[in-house]
Write a protein that binds this ligand. Structure first.
Ligand code: URP
Ligand code: ZN
Ligand code: ZN
Ligand code: ZN
Length: 510
């Protein structure tokens, strides 16, 4: 048995550009099973000034170090939620969770970083970015930004370049739905994909056929179906499958990687599977709600209950949930998000007479880590290292911040969770930390409990108590050209080489 004893001097020094003396702290997590995406081992983890310094079977430290006992528990990288909407102005209202309350909720649930969507302000990417910079000042955990593209002209094209080269954004989302609001057309999609490719930025799509959805909604209202069930009936899975296929084919035509957000149906998942099988670089992101819920809630006789499940694309019939779980466990889908977009019951009531006016969105930022553990690990569908990959590591790799994030390695940020597999969780609106007055997972219990969350080297969640303060979260710049772009230039060259010289035809003789 290899049993190294690493004795660290109390003045262990290192250079760290993020070091902040005011928050200096030394932590030793003892006796747990340390899990990374490709490996797990019994080991101690030593943290100083927000950085992981050492992982070793036995680490001995002095009295000034805070020791946390993790015997019998899993020590894993904090979750990274690739898809959230905090302080989001949408459908004539604004989400109740801002960058402080949403992040506090996240930390209580073992998520230590999220990537939110900046929406351009009156078409300006710069103005949108500045607005989100302000919103995020109250952050209590690390965060990054994606940016939505809602129109196309020379200015937008130039601003995309600025966002990538100077502002730390490496992904752009195109909405193929929300006609009359955020929706774009195929021409814009092509221009956007080409620009993304040239910048090494990842193109993302909300894939639903917005024109057909608009048509479907009109039809439901004409039929007198005005309740939340009309939401599901008006935008069936086939419209998600169609848009997913279209986006995939256009990304293939441009030869650029594509990320499909909130994959909610078998229809969309199978388009992704087919494209991946043919060698295309497609990432599919299911969200917690799509993995564990089904659409029957939308038929609930109580409007308030039914309305809280309205999100787009809709939560589908039973069967889609299990298929998405299987796709996740077999590598067809690569990571789990939430699309946390919290509207309380008074906001949902905006659509009491017309489902088209119910603000779209469900919660999940606090629940994701527990739900994925219970649904995927406890059912035996995935291993514990797979859990780390799907909830943290793969997100860090896709958005090019690995191994600073998504790993328990020397030099990585000390974003760490301790999960007790023998304990259990219960979800209720009464006890959650979001500002939401409801919860789509109300009453749900399961195995596994995140007992400790450490963010940037600080213990922020312990003994069911949050210790967070605004302004402690940092903006994480995400550089372009992630691994998804490796070899793309060679693929372009291969395509060009395969083109033949134009056929020379003799003029026909008279
Ligand atoms: O219903 C949803 N998904 N609301 C948030 C906006 C989006 O489409 O991601
Ligand atoms: Zn230091
Ligand atoms: Zn969307
Ligand atoms: Zn979203």
């Amino acid at each position: 048995i290899l049993s190294l004893t690493l004795i660290l001097p109390s003045s262990f020094s290192h250079s760290n550009q993020f070091c902040d003396a005011a928050t200096s702290s030394k932590l030793l997590i003892k006796g747990g099973t340390v899990v990374n995406a490709h490996h797990q081992q019994l080991a101690d983890v030593y943290v100083e000034d927000g950085i992981i310094i050492a992982i070793n079977p036995t680490i001995t430290v002095g009295d000034e170090v805070t020791v946390i006992d993790a015997t019998g528990k899993f020590v894993m990288p904090g979750g990274i939620d690739p898809h959230t909407h905090l302080e989001f102005e949408f459908m004539n209202t604004e989400t109740v969770d801002d960058f402080f309350s949403g992040q506090a909720a996240a930390l209580a649930g073992g998520t230590t970083m999220h990537i939110d969507f900046v929406i351009p302000h009156k078409g300006s990417l710069t103005a949108g970015f500045e607005a989100y910079e302000k919103k995020a000042k109250k952050s209590c955990m690390d965060y990054g930004f994606h940016m939505a593209i809602t129109k196309w002209d020379e200015t937008v094209s130039r601003e995309m370049e600025l966002m990538v080269k100077e502002k730390g954004i490496n992904s752009f989302k195109f909405f193929m739905a929300y006609k009359g609001a955020l929706m774009i057309n195929d021409e814009l999609l092509l221009e956007g994909f080409k620009k993304c490719k040239s910048l090494g930025a990842l193109a993302m799509v909300h894939a639903e056929n917005g024109d057909a959805v608009f048509e479907g909604q009109k039809k439901m209202i004409e039929l007198g179906i005005t309740g939340p069930e009309g939401h599901a009936l008006s935008r069936p899975a086939v419209l998600e499958g169609e848009a997913t296929a279209r986006a995939i084919h256009l990304a293939d035509f441009v030869n650029t990687p594509l990320y499909v957000v909130h994959v909610m149906s078998i229809d969309a998942m199978e388009e992704i599977a087919k494209a991946r099988k043919s060698g295309q670089r497609i990432i599919g992101e299911p969200v917690a709600s799509g993995l564990v819920l089904d659409e029957s809630w939308l038929w609930h006789p109580d409007f308030e209950t039914a309305a809280k499940y309205v999100m787009s694309p809709p939560i589908r019939k039973r069967g889609h949930d299990k298929a998405l779980q299987a796709a996740l466990s077999t590598g067809v889908l690569q990571l789990v998000g939430t699309d946390h977009c919290a509207f309380n019951s008074t906001q949902k009531a905006l659509g009491i007479d017309d489902f088209r006016k119910i603000p779209n969105g469900v919660n999940g930022i606090e629940e994701r880590m527990h739900l994925v553990w219970d649904t995927m690990v406890e059912s035996g569908q995935i291993s514990v290292p797979d859990y780390v990959r799907l909830t943290s590591t793969e997100c860090a790799r896709i958005f090019n911040i690995y191994p600073r994030k998504g790993a328990i390695l020397p030099g990585s940020d000390a974003d760490i969770i301790i999960l007790n597999p023998n304990s259990s969780f219960e979800i209720t609106a009464k006890s959650h930390h979001s500002r939401l007055d409801t919860n789509v997972y109300e009453g749900r219990r399961g195995k596994g409990k995140i007992e400790v969350t450490i963010a940037g080297g600080r213990v922020v969640w312990e003994n069911n108590e949050l210790k967070v303060s605004p302004g402690t979260g940092r903006y994480i710049k995400m550089p372009p050209f992630s691994y998804l772009f490796d070899g793309m230039d060679k693929r372009d060259a291969f395509y060009l080489n395969s083109l033949q010289a134009p056929v020379k035809r003799a003029k026909s003789s008279t």
